[in-house]
Design a protein around this ligand. Structure first.
Ligand code: GLU
Length: 474
């Protein structure tokens, strides 16, 4: 049997980082088994669903590299994702079929009546559940002016069991579950019905989702049984908590996948980090996507909630920055530099950036930091206080002398510049740092920077002499 998994976001906002974890696990499982990964947009809530949100979610999925395998959906204007709303007729049809089969029934109870029922249950200290008042009532008793809902005729005795791939065997007494609504009075399906019908129609074999859906699962299993459909395999993933142990939310910052892109994280780092958050393979921390695809299984998923650790994520990102191609990093850093400079990089500047990257990569954790660390190449930065301190009258005098030697260098290479500085330091019985640090201050405005002679060579002779002159005279 070929595996079919799905990722079904509700398009009511951005793509949450926790949802990205669910998408990742489904995607990996499909890749690992050579199965199919389907995207379903759960857009039945017409008030809260927006096309902008759909666009943001698709963009987030693409950025993360989670390619989905849907073919074009004729019911969804030929788009390559499944729209739950567009299949609403089918949901209603299944509800009617269930009524015909005797596994569901029309309930004509009014809202007031149900409110009164619940109030009475509450007063008696009983759990508030639909009491099945229309379960066995003949249609002849139906009031003419009420549009009925369709309810599942759920089993009253016995138990519903889920053998979850992560959480193990979980059992609920059927007496705990009431006859849920499948179709509302206005003919629209409830989430519970729509999910089951869609999963069945899409051929979903494995449902991998957050364990906040566990209680829904029992109800959904009852719908499968009522329809005589095969129940999928379930794997419920533990919650993701914030660093403080509370459920991960906006409060912890960076809730959206796009926040991570905007902070300069790489998608492969996010994939690695989210995988390790809830899944393990021995002591491996750095797991490439190729390895993840090869190794992924349900056994490695932990049962307990995971805590999001921004520091660890930054370490993982630094690792992938180290591995990334320089041209790609330059393209990723370009928008951040544009933001700082107020203009695009020229082709020559892009080239400088690419050549600067081997020195920059080991020093940064994010693409944003690449931009911060290379900004000085493209813009003369004001002197930081610590850089000011390095530029003593003595240091300035040395720089003035050194400028003359730099002017005379036949080739303005890192080696030649370093050679000139070393020779000068030796002549004056100075440490190399005694002249290299003032140069750093003059060129970068800071007391920390990538190796300064390479940086000077990249800046070019005219720019170096200009910057040195500016501080010497300043
Ligand atoms: N649309 C649901 C959500 O975003 C997912 C439903 C499911 O996984 O079955 O939480």
């Amino acid at each position: 049997m070929s595996v079919v998994v799905r990722f079904p976001p509700s398009p009511t906002g951005f793509l949450h980082i926790g949802s990205a974890r669910t998408a990742l696990f489904n995607w990996l499982y499909a890749k690992h088994t050579g199965g199919t990964f389907l995207l379903r947009v759960e857009d039945t809530d017409r008030e809260r669903s927006t096309p902008e949100s759909v666009a943001t979610i698709l963009e987030g999925m693409q950025w993360l590299g989670f390619d989905w395998d849907n073919t074009t959906d004729p019911k969804n204007n030929g788009k390559t994702y499944y729209s739950q709303f567009e299949h609403r007729e089918r949901h209603a049809e299944v509800a009617r079929q269930m009524v015909a089969n005797g596994t569901a029934y029309y309930c004509y109870a009014s809202t007031q009546e149900l409110d009164a029922m619940r109030a009475e249950q509450k007063a008696k200290g009983l759990p508030q559940r639909y009491d099945g008042r229309w379960r066995d009532r003949p249609a002849s008793e139906a009031p003419a002016d009420v549009k009925p809902v369709v309810r599942l005729k759920a089993p009253l005795t016995g138990e519903t069991v889920v053998d979850d791939k992560v959480m193990g065997r979980i059992t609920v007494q059927n007496s705990q579950l009431d006859d849920m609504v499948l179709l509302r009075g206005d003919g629209t399906p409830t989430y519970m019905l729509a999910v089951v019908v869609d999963d069945h129609d899409m051929g979903v074999t494995h449902v991998i989702r957050g364990d906040d859906h566990m209680t829904n699962t029992f109800r959904q299993v009852q719908i499968y049984r009522a329809m005589g459909w095969d129940v999928p395999v379930y794997a419920h993933l533990p919650m993701i908590l914030g660093p403080d142990g509370a459920k991960l939310s906006k409060r912890h910052g960076a809730p959206a996948v796009s926040d991570y892109r905007d902070k300069g994280y790489l998608p492969e780092a996010i994939r690695n980090y989210l995988l390790r958050l809830c899944w393990s393979h021995g002591d491996d921390e750095l797991i490439s996507t190729e390895q993840a695809v090869a190794w992924f299984d349900f056994d490695g998923i932990g049962k307990s909630p995971a805590r999001f650790d921004f520091v660890k994520l930054a370490h993982v990102n630094a690792h992938y920055i180290g591995l990334a191609d320089n041209e790609r990093l330059a393209d990723l850093a370009a928008p951040f530099l544009k933001e700082a400079l107020g203009r695009d990089l020229t082709a020559a500047e892009r080239d400088v950036l690419i050549r600067a990257l081997p020195d920059i990569k080991p020093r940064v954790q994010t693409v944003r930091e690449i931009a911060e660390a290379t900004l000085f190449y493209f813009h003369r930065l004001p002197l930081h206080e610590k850089a000011q301190k390095l530029l003593t009258p003595e240091a300035k005098a040395h720089l003035r002398d050194l400028a003359e030697r730099l002017k005379a260098l036949p080739d303005f290479t890192a080696e030649a510049i370093e050679g000139a500085f070393r020779a000068y330091a030796e002549e004056k019985a100075l440490k190399l740092g005694g002249v290299a640090q003032p140069l750093r201050a003059a060129l970068t405005g800071s007391n920390v920077s990538p190796p300064i002679f390479t940086a000077a060579a990249l800046l070019g002779r005219a720019e170096v002499l200009g910057r040195v002159q500016a501080v010497v005279e300043g």
